[in-house]
Design a binder for this molecule. Structure first.
Ligand SMILES: [Cu+2]
Length: 148
């Protein structure tokens, strides 16, 4: 009959190895679980723009200005839900519409106006400030929303 003789030190060593393996396994399993429980956020994508102003004085001392949405072009996917945040920096008030939709609102200085966007059809939708729609009214304050 054969016996496996283990010294006390060997027993402690092997116990340590087994314990390390068990601990590592638990850690790895827990870690794997935490990876699989990751879900992509279904939070809406947010796009932030501001109201801006260009201002200068001509040679003959005349002050000229133009209000703008900045950035002036934004891109969204068809059917994508987007939260458009517009912060009023320059100009007291900008009442706006988005052509081809019933979206409208007003951006006031120092305040943020947020609108939800979701376009069912591709195209270029214009965000138009009704106070500054063209050069003659210190515009054109028009941004293009590209949907594709
Ligand atoms: Cu405006």
């Amino acid at each position: 009959m054969q016996f496996i003789v283990l010294k006390k030190n060997s027993l402690i060593f092997f116990s340590f190895i087994v314990l390390t393996i068990v601990a590592s396994s638990i850690w790895l399993l827990t870690k794997k679980e935490s990876v699989t429980t990751f879900h992509p956020s279904d939070k809406m994508r947010e796009i932030s723009i501001v109201t801006a102003e260009f201002k200068t004085t001509t040679k003959d001392g005349k002050e000229i200005e133009a209000y703008r949405w900045d950035p002036g072009t934004i891109y969204v996917e068809k059917d994508e839900k987007v939260l458009l945040r517009i912060y009023g920096v320059n100009g007291q008030e900008h009442p706006f519409i988005i052509e081809g939709t019933d979206i409208k609102g007003t951006v006031k200085k120092g305040e943020e106006t947020a609108v939800e966007l979701q376009f069912k059809e591709e195209g270029i939708y214009r965000l138009v400030c009704m106070s500054h729609p063209d050069k003659g009214s210190s515009g054109p304050m028009i941004a293009n929303i590209i949907v594709d």
